[in-house]
Design a protein around this ligand. Structure first.
Ligand SMILES: [Zn+2]
Length: 103
């Protein structure tokens, strides 16, 4: 094998290795972008929490409202009384957020 053809073969091998590495880097890049997008969405949602507190309605009609559903997801969810221990009242929303009321 001549020096010319050997160098061409080595160059091709090197190019194949670099392409394989680039494919892996591209997959990693897409995963990081997906994660960044998710972080941005969560950050924007959480930054709105303080605004939601100021708009929280304790009651709608006769029903107390779940503070967690409102602050975290901006959804209204009535609280229903469930049996509590002693005199403490326990309230639960349909998503399972449970609140034990202080005496
Ligand atoms: Zn809830």
């Amino acid at each position: 094998m001549s020096i010319d053809s050997e160098l061409r073969r080595l160059a091709q091998e090197s190019a194949t290795r670099v392409q394989d590495r680039a494919a892996g880097l591209h997959r990693e890049y897409l995963e990081v972008q997906r994660h960044l997008s998710e972080l941005k969405t969560n950050l924007e949602r959480d930054n709105l929490a303080q605004d939601r507190v100021s708009n929280f309605q304790l009651k709608i009609a006769a029903d107390y409202q779940c503070p967690t559903c409102w602050v975290e997801n901006k959804t209204r969810s009535p609280l229903q009384p469930i049996s509590g221990e002693g005199r403490r009242q326990v309230l639960e929303c349909r998503l399972g957020h449970v609140f034990e009321m202080a005496d």
